[in-house]
Design a binder for this molecule. Structure first.
Ligand code: ADP
Ligand code: TRP
Length: 331
């Protein structure tokens, strides 16, 4: 039997190239050799997105984004988290095996508390229970499909470890492998895609390059990238330049060597380095952008694909819940 690969992307805002290289592309590569289950984490998104129009459009953008990037819904089970009620049943069950202290240690929750404290506010200000229990829902997402590997960016590793902890607590209690213990699959070379300001690319830092934005926006964002004040004639170090780090994601080996040599030789200004970056990024993103625009325009087609995915996913999810209920004495 093939092993199972599973991942989800939260539908908040638009996809950016960090999402593509950190999550979507490695996940699609794994789908060649694994049975893949990929989904849109729309209930996770609800924790932070309370505007219905925004949430709805983000769900469609993330769904169309997966398909434009090459997901084949005939081969990959592709669905919305909210269409699988069994996930929420499993969430309740594993809550009983999740130490509250484990949640207290979650990076995202701790960061939110710290921000509140720094602002002199109540530590729990603006933190809802969905955010606090985020890792439990994520563990249920993973465990319910008997996942072996979970392709994600480095920032998600702690969540996968929590899913492991939770599955192990259940198995230890019943002295039987009721739930599969998953592991994270990180693509080291692209574990953290830098953003326009050199920090990790993220929606929350406002430093992201949208994956499917119009060409002129792409060009503007790249030309706006922060650089140091080295003059045109000065030799430059490609390995410490975030322009070059991004270039490496899009350029061939030969192109990378040629441009690195020009950096080192001097005589190339940052403006020219950015133009070269724009050229390779746009070359790769143009066909994806065109596919994306076609897919997102076909509302019903997209709904049909997601509904068909949910139909395939639910019996698998129901089997896990059934197995667990039986072991728990709730048959
Ligand atoms: P954001 O930080 O923009 O809110 P998400 O948390 O929604 O992004 O991330 C969705 C997926 O994309 C996750 O698997 C995450 O690890 C990956 N990801 C996000 N940003 C990056 C990045 N800069 N580099 C690599 N992977 C990333
Ligand atoms: N927490 C992930 C993120 O922010 C999204 C997510 C939800 C997920 N459930 C998941 C990722 C299950 C992998 C597996 O990107």
């Amino acid at each position: 039997m093939k092993k199972i690969s599973l991942t989800g992307i939260k539908s908040t805002g638009s996809l950016h190239i960090g999402n593509y290289f950190g999550a979507i592309k490695p996940a699609l590569e794994l789908s060649a050799e694994y049975d893949a289950r990929y989904f849109i984490a729309d209930y996770h998104a609800l924790n932070t997105e309370k505007n219905p129009a925004e949430l709805e459009s983000s769900i469609r953008e993330v769904a169309a984004g997966w398909l434009a990037a090459g997901l084949d819904p005939e081969k990959v089970i592709f669905y919305r988290q909210s269409s699988i009620p069994e996930v929420f049943e499993l969430t309740t069950m594993i809550m009983a095996f999740t130490a509250k202290g484990l949640m207290n240690r979650a990076h995202a929750y701790k960061a939110a508390v710290q921000e509140n404290q720094e602002r002199g506010e109540d530590p729990d200000a603006g933190i809802n229970m969905g955010l606090f229990t985020y890792p439990v829902l994520m563990a249920a997402d993973i465990i319910i499909f008997d996942s072996d590997v979970v392709p994600v960016g480095k920032d998600q590793v702690q969540h996968i470890e929590m899913a492991q902890d939770i599955a192990q607590s259940v198995n230890a209690n019943y002295k039987k492998e009721i739930l599969k213990v998953p592991r994270a699959a990180i693509t080291e070379s692209v574990a953290v895609v830098p953003g326009l300001d050199g920090r990790k690319m993220s929606k929350s830092y406002n430093n992201a390059i949208p994956l499917f934005g119009p060409e002129n926006q792409l060009q503007k964002l790249i030309m706006r990238m922060v650089t140091n004040s080295q003059a045109v004639e000065e030799p430059k170090d490609p390995d410490t330049s975030q322009i070059f780090l991004l270039y490496k994601l899009f350029a061939s080996g030969e192109e990378q060597e040629a441009l690195a040599a020009r950096y080192r030789a001097g005589g190339m200004g940052w403006g020219e380095a950015k133009e070269e970056l724009f050229r390779v990024v746009n070359r790769q993103l143009t066909p994806m952008r065109e596919r994306f625009n076609t897919i997102i325009a076909d509302r019903e087609g997209l709904d049909r694909i997601l509904a068909a995915g949910a139909e395939k996913a639910r019996p698998i999810a129901a089997a896990t819940v059934k197995r667990f209920r039986k072991a728990a004495g709730i048959d």
